[in-house]
Design a protein around this ligand. Structure first.
Ligand code: TNX
Length: 554
């Protein structure tokens, strides 16, 4: 080999002997082998979806590759066009393809979204996804069904589809048909924005995480001892005074009505309903700091930035308290398009017996008079029944005769078992944030229970669904939120969506593993739970994991 020695840093690159590739060729080869690595990867299996679909019929002869000139066709219905545009926005960054959205009747070669309002068999949230050698056809009776189908389609593409920048890849989809609909109508997560305040953008990002896994409710815990987070025009000091604190002494914050409207409408475009919670009669220290007239002794307590519970309450014996409740719930109801108003009711340790049930009964009535459906923690159970009321059960032992009895009087249930669904519980003893009062919750613990059978004496027909609450006493950043949410949120989502017959830990674990590279590609923090066989190869060749600030992922 004859080469001319280089003579220092400014020298031209040494010419290579004949037969040896130059730098450009090397780069091209590297790029091609990266592409080849992706192109030779077989498409995902059609069943590799979380939550597991109701019915999957693979057709290995019908795999399809998204071409660069594909269009997304959605007919003329604006609701279908809106979902088609969302799909295009999901696929454009990684593919770099233009993916125009059109109203044409049928695509020559592409993705068709068919909103067939007569397709009643698919239900209000179901969809059918057909992948054939000529393209994709997604059918639903509602825009919500189409939106859920889009989430499935997204998961069937290679993980690199989550990249925010173009990746050279072969965008293959596995052939066959998925027919899908949820087991429960209510599938949710709760974010406590009271213990620590989170900016609107953080909440929007949490909404995106819910949408990926077909959750359809975001419960916002808006008020607590440490802070009041929603503006109420008729009681302005709730936020100007009560909103300025949080656990640990930070600045707190609150949502203006415009902020809240932004959250609600962003959620709506992701087919998610916001459930606002005003926690009463306890968990009200921040309100009492702002308005001492509501306190039983009419004295302002000091602002609270610790993490104890159960010490504060609004005065149930004063009519002014009910004016306050009616004003607050009235304004929140007016800002909230969804049907629910959550009135808390938990841990009011100093309001007991008939005083407690009397208070709850009056507040339940206020909610009903506002045209909303009342939801409350299961401590509401002993109060009189009111049509439609929903209890959110957060116990750790399914033997709960008081709740079962309330169900027999007509209450429906959302199940959030503290020892399975509480996302603020630690994964393991060394988890850097979170609690352990309800036990440790690893991914298997989050997955291995049945919402339909959990509370003794409560028939599955009384269970409207499942919710995973995230309390934030120890949670201070978006990275912390994501670390506790993922990968447990998909486990809870699967319990809410998938037919019980698909329940299988080994299968779930393997399907879930494929989401690690997706979250990495999208820059989402998650806990690399040791019981999940995360793939060692990244979705995007050469991509390195980002280590988030605030948490120490294992
Ligand atoms: C209990 S669960 C609470 C919350 C705490 C949580 C901490 C429930 C209805 N109340 O006030 O934040 O434990 O895990």
């Amino acid at each position: 080999m004859s080469t001319i020695p280089s003579s220092g840093p400014t020298a031209a690159p040494a010419p290579l002997s004949v037969g040896e590739p130059d730098a450009a060729t090397l780069a091209r080869t590297a790029e091609q082998s990266a592409v080849t690595a992706l192109t030779t990867a077989t498409p995902h299996r059609l069943a590799d979806v979380v939550p597991a679909p109701q019915q999957v019929q693979p057709d290995p002869t019908a795999d399809w590759v998204l071409p660069a000139d594909a269009a997304i066709v959605a007919g003329a219905d604006p609701a279908a066009l809106a979902v088609a545009e969302q799909l295009a926005e999901l696929l454009r960054p990684a593919t770099g393809y233009p993916l125009p959205v059109t109203e044409a009747a049928a695509p020559a070669h592409g993705i068709a979204l068919v909103l067939d309002r007569t397709a009643a068999d698919l239900g209000p949230e179901g969809y059918r996804l057909d992948v054939t050698t000529t393209g994709v056809r997604l059918t639903a009776g509602t825009a919500t069904g189409l939106f859920h189908g889009v989430q499935t389609l997204r998961q069937l593409l290679p993980a690199a589809i989550e990249s925010p920048t173009p990746v050279a890849a072969h965008w293959a989809l596995p052939g066959g048909t998925i027919t899908d609909a949820p087991r429960f109508p209510y599938r949710g997560a709760m974010l406590d924005v009271a213990r620590h305040f989170f900016a609107v953008d953080d909440v929007l990002r949490v909404i995106d995480h819910l949408a990926r896994y077909k959750l359809n409710h975001l419960h916002l815990h808006l008020t607590d001892d440490q802070g009041w987070r929603i503006a109420v025009d008729s009681w302005p000091k709730l936020t100007t005074v009560g909103g300025t604190t949080e656990v640990g002494g930070g600045p707190g914050g609150h949502y203006t009505t415009a902020d809240y409207a932004r959250i609600v409408s962003y959620a709506a475009t992701r087919h998610i309903t916001v459930v606002p919670e005003i926690d009463l009669p306890g968990h009200t220290n921040a309100a009492l700091v702002a308005y001492p007239e509501l306190a039983p002794d009419k004295l302002a307590p000091p602002p609270y930035t610790g993490t104890e519970v159960g010490f504060s309450y609004v005065d149930p014996a004063d009519e002014r308290t009910y004016d306050f409740v009616a004003d607050v719930l009235g304004e929140v109801a007016a800002l909230t398009p969804g049907p629910w108003l959550h009135i808390g009711g938990d841990e009011a340790f100093k309001v007991t017996g008939e005083v407690y049930t009397g208070f709850v009964e009056r507040v339940q009535r206020i909610v009903a008079d506002l045209g909303k459906t009342v939801v409350g923690w299961h401590q509401l159970a002993p109060a009189a029944h009111l049509d439609g009321r929903v209890l959110q059960w957060w116990g750790t032992n399914g033997e709960d005769p008081t709740t079962a009895e309330a169900v027999h009087r007509g209450a429906r249930l959302i199940v959030s078992p503290g020892n399975h669904a509480y996302l603020d519980m630690k994964y393991a003893p060394d988890t850097p944030i979170g609690h352990d009062w309800a036990g440790l919750i690893d991914v298997r613990k989050a997955y291995d229970w049945d919402p339909g059978m959990h509370v003794t004496g409560v028939p599955s027909t009384a269970v409207i669904g499942v919710e995973a609450p995230l309390w934030t006493e120890s949670v201070t950043s978006l990275a912390d939120i994501e670390f506790l949410l993922l990968p447990r949120l998909p486990a809870i989502a699967e319990l809410g969506w998938s037919p019980r017959a698909t329940h299988d830990w080994n299968g779930f674990r393997d399907r879930l593993a494929g989401h690690g590279p997706r979250w990495d590609a999208a820059g989402i923090t998650f806990h690399r739970a040791p019981e999940i066989p995360w793939p060692s190869t990244p979705a995007i060749p050469g991509q390195r994991r980002t280590i988030p600030a605030g948490v120490n992922p294992t």
